[in-house]
Design a binder for this molecule. Sequence first.
Ligand code: GLN
Length: 182
Amino acid sequence: MTHGILALQGDYYAHGRVYDKLGLKYLYVKKPDELERVDTLVIPGGESTTIRKLARSIGLWDMLKEFDRPMMGTCTGIILMAHEIENDDEETLDHLDITVSRNAYGSQINSATQTGIYLPDNNEIEMVFIRAPRIIETGDRADVIARYQGETVAVRQGNKIGLTFHPELSDISLFHKILTDI
Ligand code: GLN
């Protein structure tokens, strides 16, 4: 198995470090033929407008829309994977039955480390939010898997996972393990 990490912009190296720690083989994906070779994909945090634009310009965007293998998006990743972005007319990959709002938390948690709950085992986990999106609507097809102060901050829909925070910056490998075990 080779696990892909979309490496157009953003904190993709941090995801590589998680895979290093787990001892899993991974590939930084920058081109269509690389995307074809991977069994799973992480879309990292960064800037959604930039990653969309770059993906389009190198012919990756439509492939990402059709990607039927396991995929996980953190922060920018969940924005791109959402069905709809409330405050942005741009197209999404539409892998998750949610609506998000970009940069939605305002100044108080533009960049903050908080404690939330991972629901499947009811454990507290650290959550790093950096100009994070907010999930403002969750449809029937998406399961809520983590909350922070009662708000949904992570969902799973089949083999697709989206998080509004950055586990790769907290050295949390739980979500990468779930992704690579699907
Ligand atoms: N604010 C960024 C966006 O809209 C997301 C920030 C992040 O990925 N940490 O894409």
